[in-house]
Design a protein around this ligand. Structure first.
Ligand code: ASP
Length: 492
């Protein structure tokens, strides 16, 4: 039976969500008042006016005092003539400041449009919860399987050090490129949209202190508690440690661990793929919520966001990696790219480094002439932990979300936290479609951004996933040439 490819389904879900969201905005304004029997003591009247961009609530007490709350509208300049109303950026803020009034609005004042938008937003968040649900087991099993694939401890020597060195260096370079571009392009500040709900100004902390805190989380006091609490950095460091020592120990124990985790990883992959199949519905529901409450100005930024990610990926793949290939591996980048083209195209169409691995292995060995000894070590490990494209994308996406949310750039120390967590997130990401999305939750948590804002970028994730996966595979392949050169340089 004919079935539309998932990315088309997601795109259709997105378009439908946008159209329904616009429709809900068109439902227009609702005016109502709190029923007599629900009025709190001492209050004579509560009137609501709910329009897509602004909610006004007027409370009149029995003694005739009037207080007005305006939520979401333009906030008057400080210093402008005193207005008697209280201006608030979001309904969430109203719930914090005046919970009874917020509750009354939710029960009696919402327009149909807002009621439906809130409902679909809530349902859409179920999809995000599912992604959250698989994140921890997926990371643990994927990392342990990747490292255990190395096979024997004797291979964990110099080659391991060089390979990891290459992975870390190129991923960091990719992240720097991403951060640079997102600071220059500022995609999240392009649409003149209202900040999506920053409650507090972004405060810059002490960099040394922040970094040391990250270091501390790499050494969890209790790894099981870290898993239960979803402390991703701790989970990644402990899983790596566990796998490395299992490989060093070798023998029957290592075999059991490898078989067990490979089986668990396969199951987790199946579950994740099944959840991803719900993406069209999830995207549609989240889009309805976003468009109905924020309007379509959000898309102007989205085009800039995609442009930023693509420009940064192109720069990394066509400038940074070829330079390393030319000067460290002493290979012609053009020839090497031609040899790797089957793998790069498969990566682009499948959006999965793991799925592409067999093609990458054969292309590296048969077409680019790298020895099996190097490729069978560098590539399987790379497919799991070396993801330059993903690291770059994570950094750009999180900064973009921060720009949208706060209406300004993150301060430099927070950007450094983003860079380091993006590095670890890319190490932990499984080589399957959309894995980067799951891992982004780590970074959003690390810098205190709301995870539901991911809803905005999910819609365009597939196409960016295709691009970043090609870069991931390209970097793994270049890594083979570099490690081989360093190994032979030593034997000569
Ligand atoms: N799809 C990517 C890969 O397989 C991972 C990601 O989602 O960034 O390499």
């Amino acid at each position: 039976m004919f079935r539309l490819a998932l990315h088309w389904q997601i795109l259709i879900g997105m378009v439908l969500g946008v159209l329904i969201g616009i429709g809900l905005r068109a439902i227009g304004t609702r005016q109502s008042s709190l029923p007599q029997e629900s009025l709190p003591p001492g209050v004579a009247q509560v009137e609501f006016q709910d329009s897509p961009d602004e909610v006004t609530i007027v409370v009149t007490t029995e003694s005739g005092d009037v207080s007005t709350y305006v939520v979401g509208g333009a906030i008057p300049d400080a210093g402008a003539e005193n207005t008697p109303a209280v201006f608030l950026p979001t309904l969430k803020k109203l719930s914090g400041d005046a919970p009874e009034i917020a509750q009354a609005f939710h029960l009696h004042g919402r327009s149909w449009g807002r009621w439906l938008a809130d409902g679909s937003n809530r349902l859409g968040k179920l999809f995000l919860r599912m992604l959250h649900m698989v994140a921890v087991p997926l990371i643990v099993t994927s990392l342990i399987t990747g490292v255990m694939g190395v096979g024997h401890a004797s291979r964990l020597g110099k080659m391991f050090g060089r390979t990891i060195g290459y992975y870390l260096l190129t991923s960091l370079l990719a992240i720097c490129t991403g951060l640079l571009m997102v600071n220059v392009f500022q995609p999240g500040l392009k649409a003149n949209a209202q900040p999506a709900g920053s409650e507090a100004p972004v405060v810059s902390g002490n960099l040394g202190e922040t970094l040391f805190e990250q270091l501390e989380t790499l050494v969890p006091k209790n790894p099981i508690a870290a898993m239960a609490d979803g402390k991703f950095l701790s989970i990644i460091s402990f899983s790596l440690l566990f796998a490395i020592f299992a490989v060093i120990m070798g023998g029957r124990n290592a075999e059991i661990v490898r078989d067990l985790f490979t089986a668990l990883f396969n199951v987790m992959m199946r579950i994740t793929m099944a959840i991803i199949k719900l993406a069209p519905l999830g995207v549609m529901l989240l889009m309805i919520g976003v468009v109905a409450t924020q309007g379509i100005s959000v898309f102007q930024s989205l085009a800039w966001y995609m442009l930023t990610v693509v420009c940064a990926l192109v720069f990394h793949a066509c400038v940074v990696l070829p330079l390393i290939l030319k000067f460290v591996a002493k290979r012609s980048p053009v020839e090497f790219a031609k040899a790797m083209s089957p793998a790069l195209l498969t990566a682009f169409s499948s959006a999965s480094s793991n799925g592409t691995l067999p093609v990458t292995l054969t292309s590296v060995e048969n077409r680019a002439g790298v020895s099996n000894r190097v490729s069978s070590f560098v590539l399987p490990l790379g497919a799991t932990i070396n993801m330059d494209g993903t690291a770059l994308y994570e950094a750009v996406a999180v900064l973009f979300i921060a720009q949208l949310h706060h209406g300004e750039n993150l301060p430099i120390d927070q950007q450094i936290v983003v860079a380091l967590t993006a590095l670890l997130a890319s190490v932990g990401a499984a080589g399957i479609p959309h894995a980067g999305l799951v891992m982004m939750l780590i970074i959003l948590n690390a810098v205190g951004l709301p995870v539901e804002m991911q809803g905005i970028i999910i819609a365009v994730d597939r196409v960016l996933d295709m691009c970043r996966t090609s870069v991931n595979v390209w970097s793994d392949s270049c890594g083979c040439a570099v490690v081989e050169r360093l190994q032979t340089g030593e034997t000569n």
